[in-house]
Structure formats: C-alpha cells, structure tokens
Design a protein around this ligand. Structure first.
Ligand SMILES: NC(=O)C1=CN([C@@H]2O[C@H](COP(=O)(O)OP(=O)(O)OC[C@H]3O[C@@H](n4cnc5c(N)ncnc54)[C@H](O)[C@@H]3O)[C@@H](O)[C@H]2O)C=CC1
Ligand SMILES: O=C(O)[C@@H]1CCC=N1
Length: 266
C-alpha cells in the first residue's frame, strides 16, 4: 500500500513520523510532494520516503492520498489531481473547515473520502484524531483509512457539524496546553528556576495530570478538590487564577478559534 502526502508541512510531517514510528508501511511507500522542491526532496531523502515531482504523479501512484495543504489552496490542488483520483483510491483530507460534500464536489461523487482532523501529537503516537467518512468509504477501505490514524494515536468518529468544536479543543488546543505549560514554566523562572528545569517540571506535571485524569475515571473538578487541602495553598492559587479570569479566558480562546474556523471571526 502506498500513501501519498500532498503538502509536507507541520501536520503532514507529524503524521508521517507517527506512521514511521508505528512501522505502518515501509518508508519508501510514503510518497511526498509539496510547494518547495528543496524542502520535500530533502525531507524524503532524510527519512527514506519517495519524493514525487508533481501532485499528479503522486496521486497517480498512491492508494491513499492525504491532502495536507492549507485550506486556501485545497480547491486548486484537488482540481489539479482530480483525474488521478480514480475510484479505487481513497482521499484523506486533514484540511480544517472543508466539508465532505465540498471535497466530493471538487473531485468525484463516487470517490471514497475520509475527512479528518488530527493533532500534532500524532508524531509521538499520542494523537487525537476526529474522522468522518463519506458513503463511498466502507469495508476494508474504511478500516485501512482509520488504521492509518489509529497508528498515530486515538481516533474518534464524529458528525461533521462537531468538527470545528473538536478542532478547537484538540487540534488547536495542543498550542493552548503548551501555552499553559509555558506560563507555569515562566512562573518558575520568575522565582529562580532555570527555564529548562521549570519547563520539564511543568510538562511532566501536565502529562501526569492528564494520565491520572484518564485512568481515574473521575472529573477534573473531583481531582482539583483532592489537591486543594482545606485552608491550603492550592485553593488560594485556584481562587487567584479565577479572579484573573482563567476559565473565561480559556473559553474565550475556544470561542475565537471556532469563530475563525467557521468563518464567523470579525
Ligand atoms: N498544524 C496543525 O496542528 C494542524 C493542521 N491541520 C490542517 O493541516 C493542513 C496543513 O497545515 P500545516 O501543516 O500546519 O501547514 P504548513 O503550512 O506547515 O504546510 C502546508 C504544506 O502545503 C504545501 N503546499 C502549499 N501549496 C501547495 C501545492 N500547490 N501543492 C502541494 N503542496 C503545497 C506547503 O509547501 C507545505 O508543505 C491545514 O489544512 C490545516 O488546517 C489540521 C489539524 C492540525
Ligand atoms: O491553526 C490551524 O488553522 C490548524 C487547525 C487546527 C490546528 N491547526
């Protein structure tokens, strides 16, 4: 099986690294093409992938074609490869905000298509990907397309009308969680920790907290209560964070993300 990536930017590279890590297919069965020859050729050479000279050549030689360009060029790129996307192939789109019906309109109404929204943690097998299949993607073809993302982390089938919300609290939220880790780390630096130590402590604490939350089956609020000793330090910190608007600032960030991805941003 050959998997071709149109676009080899940050997200495509994370998926490719996740697939290589999981040995999902041999490296040479991953085909790549993007806008800048020197970038995709060097990347392919570095990891033993196969560089293709054009989007058409890539699509013609791939069983699964992963569309991994920014939304603004997705229509043009699909127009370019429309003839090569024959119905024995599967198209996987990771493009935010482009619906299955739009993808069908831009290609072929008989083509099997998986719309997905991965996150960058796929690189280390820790991804969280939402998927929605069109009605042509069934049976073994569907199993294979889902297996690609399962090789890089967790996968959840979701109705398309929830994709923008998912994208905000997963795809984009990787950045927001890192923003929080950086804030903790800077606070450590304020009190004299080196940035390196503070970041390691903050990141491991975030990782451990997320793992404990998932393992415990409890709600975040229940775990917060366990840490807040009566009359203790943590409740003082929680109240000060709330006074500064922590919860609302997070929700406002998610509102802005959803507005931007649904075209409602001012
Ligand atoms: N970065 C992330 O965490 C996530 C990104 N996405 C989606 O992934 C897609 C790509 O995003 P990034 O990787 O962040 O962007 P990026 O800017 O890092 O990568 C875009 C890639 O597309 C290539 N490209 C541009 N025009 C092209 C053309 N005509 N033919 C072939 N390749 C072309 C560029 O050379 C580059 O390799 C977007 O649609 C985004 O919505 C989805 C979930 C998470
Ligand atoms: O920022 C973006 O537009 C993409 C979609 C989700 C994560 N990155």
């Amino acid at each position: 099986m050959k998997i071709g990536f149109i676009g080899v930017g940050a997200m495509a590279q994370a998926i490719i690294q996740g697939l290589l890590r999981a040995k999902f297919v041999p490296a040479e069965n991953i085909l790549v093409h993007s806008a800048h020859k020197e970038n995709y050729e060097n990347y392919a050479a570095q990891y033993g992938l196969t560089a293709k000279a054009t989007n058409q050549a890539l699509a013609a030689d791939s069983d699964l074609v992963v569309l991994a360009v920014v939304p603004a060029v997705a229509g043009d790129v699909l127009g370019e490869v429309r003839d090569q996307l024959t119905t024995e192939k599967t198209l996987i789109s990771i493009v935010s905000g482009v619906s299955l019906s739009r993808l069908e309109e831009l290609t072929d109404y008989n083509l099997a298509i998986l719309r997905s929204l991965p996150n960058i943690n796929s690189e280390f097998g820790q991804g969280m990907t939402a998927v929605a299949a069109n009605e042509n993607l069934t049976g073994d073809k569907k199993k294979t397309a889902l297996a690609l993302f399962a090789a890089t982390g967790e996968v959840s089938e979701l109705p398309e009308d929830q994709f923008a919300i998912f994208s905000a609290i997963s795809g984009s939220a990787v950045a927001y969680v890192d923003f929080f880790i950086d804030a903790l780390s800077r606070a450590g630096v304020k009190y004299g920790f080196s940035k390196e130590t503070a970041t390691k402590v903050a990141a491991q604490t975030t990782l451990g907290s997320a793992q404990s939350l998932l393992a415990s089956g409890q709600t975040p609020a229940e775990l917060i209560d366990k840490v807040c000793s009566p009359g203790g330090d943590t409740i003082a910190g929680i109240l000060a964070m709330e006074q500064a608007g922590f919860l609302n600032s997070v929700v406002k960030g998610i509102d802005a993300t959803i507005d931007k991805s649904t075209g409602n941003a001012k």
